[in-house]
Design a protein around this ligand. Structure first.
Ligand code: HEC
Ligand code: HEC
Length: 190
């Protein structure tokens, strides 16, 4: 009986091992298709998720504001910057330099927003000062007199730039001759 018993034991162990191997192979085979896209998705996920819902520390407090109010938060600066970029039809790197020594996980250098390396940034500072002076010293005075009209659209970078880095030259359309010629507006003559 002993040899048979041993044989049976061996058999059972072998069978169990075979079954186990077969089952796990089947499981592997089953889970393989499901798990195959996961690594790819996992690779993409932090990128996509990171862009849509950045943690607050992704907008550090500004360190080099010279014309904007110095107490702006990182998020407030970001919002203003997105407005400027949209008004001029450009991306952030039109005005901001990259930090070649600071390479991000995607292998591309990160922006150095505090750097004053690019002329476009320096010109934008002048433009912002012009805009603020215009609003305070001129637009506000006209708006004060212009009581009959609805408040006009606020003066922004987009008022002049209209989606272009260099404002386009305005040429009146040919079908509208210059106004104000004698006789054209008799009511204006006193
Ligand atoms: C038209 C030029 C221009 C564009 C486009 C632009 N910026 Fe700026 N950015 C500036 C200027 C000018 C300043 C500095 C303002 C100041 O001195 O008060 C600045 C400052 C900043 C700062 C603060 C840096 C610091 O530490 O002082 C951040 C952050 C920033 N920009 C982010 C962005 C982002 C993000 C974009 C794209 C969405 C962008 N900028 C697009 C001109 C620009
Ligand atoms: C009153 C109209 C007006 C407004 C408002 C205005 N700009 Fe400009 N901007 C101009 C004109 C005109 C030029 C072209 C100057 C030149 O190069 O001859 C210019 C040029 C620039 C340039 C340089 C473009 C280049 O060729 O590199 C930048 C950058 C700029 N503006 C940013 C801004 C920003 C940012 C704002 C808002 C804070 C703004 N501008 C508001 C009229 C305006």
């Amino acid at each position: 009986m002993k040899p048979i018993s041993l044989a049976w034991h061996v058999c059972i162990v072998l069978l169990a091992t075979a079954l186990f191997a077969a089952t796990s192979a089947a499981q592997d085979a089953q889970s393989a298709p499901a798990s195959t896209p996961s690594p790819a998705a996992a690779q993409g996920a932090p990128e996509a998720g990171g862009q849509n819902q950045r943690p607050p520390h992704a907008f550090p407090a500004p360190t080099n504001l010279k014309v904007l109010p110095k107490d702006l938060t990182g998020a407030q600066v970001r919002e203003i910057m997105q407005g400027w970029a949209g008004d001029l039809g450009v991306h952030c790197d039109t005005c901001h330099a990259v930090d070649t020594k600071n390479v991000g996980p995607n292998g591309r250098p990160r922006m150095d927003f505090a750097s004053d390396e690019k002329d476009e940034k320096l010109m934008a500072r002048i433009m912002y000062q012009m805009l603020e002076a215009d609003k305070k010293d001129y637009v506000a005075r006209v708006a004060e007199m212009d009581k009959m009209d609805e408040p006009a659209a606020p003066l922004t970078c987009g008022t002049c730039h209209r989606g272009h880095l260099d404002p386009e030259k305005y040429t009146p359309p040919a079908e509208h001759p210059p106004q104000g010629a004698p006789g054209a507006m008799p009511g204006m003559q006193h």
